[in-house]
Design a protein around this ligand. Structure first.
Ligand code: ADP
Ligand code: ASP
Ligand code: MG
Length: 419
């Protein structure tokens, strides 16, 4: 793939959170354009909590608004920050032009609020880049072939940035956010978390999928697919952040790379299910048919020919999943269906776990020692997840972070020596 000297710069909600920040972002863009002499395509998120506020507004009018209209509403935030950034750049004497997703032909499928990018018509962007302009694109949005406005799922500006990077053949996609990079755990939850210099797509993908909101999972997936390196960094400092890339490391990988916390799942339990072949299929088939993803599943040990089945789904799907489950439970002659929102899922992630035994045992031991009850467990080659009570989620992350020695070793030795 012929590399051109083009960088995608993506700025998240906090980075463009107010006018002072937008001016700061303009300064950063100016460095790329003037000092580094690069072609620059900027992708912006909506200012601060704009998207959350718009969703709240919608729900006040209608608790389950038509998704088409929801997209009409929540896609507006990004247009505001894009236009303001263009104005800020003009004031600094830098030629810039802002666009919506539809204007630059970000074509998606028809699934409102979670649309997939099908293709990007590059002509308009290329034309403006040729004129030497900074091109600003509103993130998070696209348009169907029928000219309906869509959005790409929460955190979708990351996806806009990666998709544009792939389509335009960018050298790298720089994701400017409000933390200095990818840490061993969310630095807001674990103060000792350490910044990771370089991480593979696979590990980042797993961390994102398990709840580390710093990057949208689908964006990492796409970057991996097309081998487009990402650089996650802060718009508040000049420091280098974290590089996400495909690398064949010579050194041995750490066993555990990082820890993620997800608090957006709901546990649904069907009580007293008759214990006979085919029951699980009866329950999970109709849920799958509705396009609902089931994450973890636990079937309790059965005495007396009945059993409890619990599973988790995203909270956005919980309502529908519950309704289906109740129907099925009735048909099966099962008992009550209970939805539990007060759960959190703690996951440890690392490709080094593949070749190590005893990692799961160490997780269970650390949690047990701190009297944290594990309600569900799932494991893969590179991840172990435990469902715990929601109020214990952050504590559990801290415990595991310590148990696997992920904190800054340097700091600890220094402190000891001082004493
Ligand atoms: P943006 O608005 O820039 O897209 P997000 O809020 O989507 O920013 O993502 C950044 C946030 O992700 C950070 O403020 C941090 O709290 C959270 N986060 C979760 N896990 C991690 C992690 N492992 N490393 C860094 N940040 C993380
Ligand atoms: N503004 C959108 C959101 O809050 C997209 C993004 O910030 O990436 O989800
Ligand atoms: Mg984000």
């Amino acid at each position: 793939m012929g590399m051109r000297k083009l960088h995608i710069l993506k700025f998240g909600g906090t980075s463009v959170g107010n006018l002072e920040r937008i001016n700061k972002v303009a300064d950063i863009v100016a460095i790329y354009k003037r000092r580094k002499q690069l072609e620059v395509v900027v992708v912006v998120s909506a200012m601060g909590d704009t998207t959350d506020n718009l969703i709240e507004l919608a729900k006040k009018v209608n608790p389950s608004p038509p998704e088409r209209e929801l997209d009409m509403l929540i896609s507006t935030g990004e247009q505001v920050s894009g236009a303001l950034l263009a104005m800020a750049l003009h004031k600094k004497g830098i030629e810039a032009i802002s666009f919506t997703g539809p204007q630059v032909g970000i074509i998606t499928d028809v699934y409102h609020t979670k649309a997939k990018v099908l293709k990007i018509e590059r002509e308009r962007i290329e034309k403006e880049l040729e004129k030497g302009k900074v091109v600003i694109v509103a993130g998070f949005q696209g348009v169907t072939p029928e000219r309906e406005i869509t959005t790409l799922g929460r955190g979708g500006s990351d996806l806009s940035a990666v998709a544009l990077g792939v389509s335009l053949g960018a050298e790298i996609c720089e994701i400017y956010t409000d933390v200095e990079g990818i840490f061993t755990a969310d630095p807001r939850i674990v103060p000792e978390a350490v910044k990771i210099e370089c991480i593979t797509f696979d590990e980042m993908l797993e961390l994102a999928a398990k709840g580390a909101q710093v990057l949208q999972t689908r964006a990492v997936e796409l970057a991996k697919k097309f081998n487009l390196s990402l650089h996650v960094r802060s718009s508040f400092t000049k420091k280098e952040g974290t590089i996400i890339m495909e690398k064949k490391s010579i050194l041995e990988e750490p066993v555990v790379r990082g820890i993620a916390l997800a608090t957006d799942e709901v546990k649904i339990t069907v009580c007293n299910v008759p214990d006979r072949p085919g029951v699980a299929a009866h329950l999970f088939e109709p849920i799958a048919e509705e396009g609902i993803n089931v994450d973890m599943i636990v079937q309790n040990v059965s005495h007396r020919k009945v059993t409890d089945i619990s599973f988790t789904v995203n909270k956005n799907d919980a309502h529908r999943a519950c309704a289906i489950t109740k129907k099925v439970a009735k048909g099966l002659g099962a008992g009550r269906v209970v939805a539990d929102e007060d759960i959190a899922k703690v996951s440890i992630v690392g490709v080094g776990m593949r070749s190590h035994s005893g990692v799961a045992a160490a997780v269970f031991k650390a949690l047990a020692k701190n009297k944290i009850n594990i309600e569900m467990i799932s494991t893969s080659e590179i991840n172990i997840s435990c469902v715990v009570r929601k109020e214990e989620g952050e504590v559990a992350v801290n415990i595991l972070h310590k148990a696997f020695g992920l904190g800054s070793g340097k700091k600890q030795t220094k402190n000891k020596r001082k004493k």
